[in-house]
Design a protein around this ligand. Sequence first.
Ligand code: NAP
Length: 290
Amino acid sequence: MNNTAKTVLITGCSSGIGRDTAKLFQENGWSVAATMRTPADEQELNQLENVICLRLDVNDIKSIESAVQTTIETFGHIDVLVNNAGYALMGAFETLDSQQIQQQFETNVFGLMEVCRVVLPHLRSRNSGTLVNVASMVGRFPLPLYSIYNASKFAVEGFTETLIYELENFNIKVKLIEPGATNTHFFGRSSDRDNGTGISAYDDYTKKVFDVMDSIGPSGSDSRDIAKEIWRATTDGSNKLRYAAGSDAKAFLLARRLLPDRLFNRTIKISLTPWALNTVGRLFYKPQAE
Ligand SMILES: NC(=O)c1ccc[n+]([C@@H]2O[C@H](COP(=O)([O-])OP(=O)(O)OC[C@H]3O[C@@H](n4cnc5c(N)ncnc54)[C@H](OP(=O)(O)O)[C@@H]3O)[C@@H](O)[C@H]2O)c1
């Protein structure tokens, strides 16, 4: 194993953005701790030079401590932490039960914080490093039926931005990645859409919105493009905090800055109609093959 190269530890590398980020850093000569919940299933990343696949479930503190310790023992140090693991709880708020809501925060917020808690003493002791948290464009504006996911990503945004003040004293850079819709398992196996309460009053609305969102997901950005943005955030040497990733994220975040709330909310409502998707949406979302 290469002890002189820079080292990145990434969470959620079993698929999607985390997986492509692991590959991109490896291709660029970095040592990579590609962590995931079930490394025993991994077939590809563990074949790559200077990549170790370690078990890390952000809800299991022992697995976090063990993965961080093994990474330091194997590569000598960690330069960059990429907190990428996450999933989306979707549905009208009233239809989600409290266990689902707590679990969303356990993973997207408290789990991410626990990984920071374990890695930061190491970065601080070296007086250098970069913390990259993968939030979302919906960490800065809400989408319908994502109330809890939005809230979790708003929390990641607030948490991360605050850390700038305390970590700059230790020469640790802080970065937020804000992807738009990206073609990963996010809209499929990684989403929790269970109607935990059985309330049916929202069924028609939910179906209408999910139909549109489900057609956006597979037409969204390639996860390799989001990985490139993570690479850029890590290596550009700047103190820039936010990196919108994907053309939809860039456009919506610009609109969020320019428009008053009511107008912005109307824009979102219109954007989530089949008509908008088939017209303006084509600027951002590649039409799917029939
Ligand atoms: N795709 C999008 O449109 C989009 C947009 C904005 C932001 N994001 C964010 O991007 C990040 C990556 O998502 P993705 O799009 O690449 O989706 P993905 O392909 O579903 O990947 C999600 C990853 O998170 C892992 N994960 C879930 N819960 C975990 C836990 N408790 N501990 C450790 N790992 C866990 C999954 O592991 P398992 O295989 O074990 O489930 C998987 O590796 C997420 O934070 C997501 O919120 C995605």
